[in-house]
Design a protein around this ligand. Structure first.
Ligand code: GLU
Length: 422
């Protein structure tokens, strides 16, 4: 399903913020500071496999900006992880947190690995060795990882446990917040797992409020049925949306009358993917994109909506649940055709916002109910959508440019006030 990478992803990310920087007149040195990450940590470490042999792995932690707060962002386990990708993802985190108005910076990490090829025990050793290799480059007041593609709450629990053991007995209880997206038992937050998908639903609701559309009259296609895509599809179908096509790494399925998302989730848990789901038609990957739908939700990897695909798509709204799913060529095609895009830094911010809540709860050792979390999440995201719509009206630009402009307004103000050292 992955399209070949046509240009540097980091270059795409930089161009996105520079367009908004041009619009609002951001000057040096802020522009240059935000163009490159502050720190790039690359570690190579050995892990013992179950058969007794050793394998070397490469891991990354790119710390883009901590002007607004500690570096923050997920850790990805995927075979395509490389420096360019992680640099782009780290930059997007800075703008995502700034736009959400939470006091966190931007970072991202990753290990070049296909987790499906390793046992649970091997993955645990990879997580622990990677955490150990990162050492003091992460910390609850310094840089706070979280799950991303190919990682989950179990891995975050192992990360936290490893870090706590490195820190020594006197600090063990203080370092729970070194990572978010942990299991509830280990200090995670209620509502964290569904948070990104829930935020994507809020983006859809917000658009319905703007346009007068009704959720229960919309057809939706979703690319990706991992943590984000599956929770979004479930929540949207509960609100009456017709989820008509779903694609993942195993295949694409569709049903004109809408897919039974609850049954599909059970199927995917048992079979590892959507392919073969009963009561659905098998479709090609290209049909995932070309089948007409009111809303298309890319919830997989970057660069999926390419120029040629965009030309063949028939939808009115794209909500970027994934990071960087739309290539610049596709963006131009959508703009020409009046297809609205809710950009990634706004659409998928729900995850990091509830990560922020988890970090706050860890600091205070007081835990909030799921209703409380969801309501606070809704308030923060709604404010971010409102801010983007207001800025868009002032600037007369795309929603993406307006989202970057709001984030840049906040970043620039802090740089202006603090200045640079020495
Ligand atoms: N990996 C998620 C993202 O791309 C969540 C990051 C976090 O919670 O820190 O936004």
């Amino acid at each position: 399903m992955d399209a070949p990478r046509q240009r540097s992803l980091h270059q795409t990310a930089v161009e996105q913020f520079q367009r908004a920087a041009d619009l609002i007149g951001v000057v040096e040195p802020t522009r240059s500071i935000l163009t490159e990450p502050k720190n790039e940590v690359i570690v190579n470490f050995p892990v013992e496999l179950d058969d007794g042999t050793w394998e070397m792995f490469t891991g990354y932690r790119i710390q883009h900006s901590n002007i607004l707060g500690p570096f923050k962002g997920g850790i990805r386990f995927h075979p395509d992880v490389d420096l360019d990708e992680v640099k782009a993802l780290a930059q997007w985190m800075t703008f995502k947190c700034a736009l959400a108005g939470i006091p966190l910076g931007g970072a991202k990490g990753g290990v070049t690995i296909d987790p499906g090829n390793y046992s649970t025990a091997e993955l645990q050793r990879v997580v622990r060795r990677f955490t150990h290799a990162l050492g003091s480059n992460i910390g609850p007041e310094h840089d706070i990882p979280a799950p991303d593609v190919g990682t989950n709450s179990q891995m975050m629990d192992w990360l936290m446990d490893t870090y706590a053991n490195i820190c020594g007995p006197a600090n063990r209880q203080m370092v729970k917040g070194v990572v978010t997206g942990k299991s509830l038992a280990t200090g995670g937050s209620a509502g964290r797992e569904a948070a990104t998908g829930r935020g994507v639903l809020y983006a859809l609701r917000y658009w319905c409020g703007e346009t007068g559309e009704r959720l229960d009259s919309l057809s939706v296609s979703v690319q990706g049925f991992g943590n984000v895509g599956s929770h979004f599809a479930r929540l949207a179908s509960e609100e009456g949306c017709r989820i008509q096509v779903v694609g993942d790494h195993t295949g694409t399925i569709g049903a004109e009358k809408g897919l039974d998302i609850e049954a599909l989730s059970v199927w995917v848990a048992e079979h590892g993917g959507v392919a073969g789901f009963p009561d659905s038609d098998e479709m090609t990957t290209e049909e995932l994109f070309s089948t007409p739908a009111d809303v298309f939700v890319p919830a997989a990897l970057e660069n999926q909506l390419t120029g040629p695909r965009a030309t063949g798509m028939d939808c009115r709204l794209i909500i970027e649940a994934a990071n960087g799913p739309t290539t610049p060529e596709a963006e131009d095609v959508f703009a020409d055709r009046g297809v609205e895009i809710v950009p990634d830094i706004l659409a998928n911010a729900g995850g990091v916002v509830v990560s922020y809540f988890e970090w706050l709860q860890n600091k205070s050792a007081r835990y909030w109910s799921e209703e409380d979390v969801d309501e606070r999440l809704r308030t923060i995201l709604w404010d971010a959508h409102d801010a983007v719509v207001a800025r868009r009206a002032e600037l007369g630009c795309t929603r993406r440019e307006a989202a970057y402009a709001v984030a840049l307004d906040r970043l620039v103000e802090v740089y202006d006030r603090r200045g640079i050292f020495p």
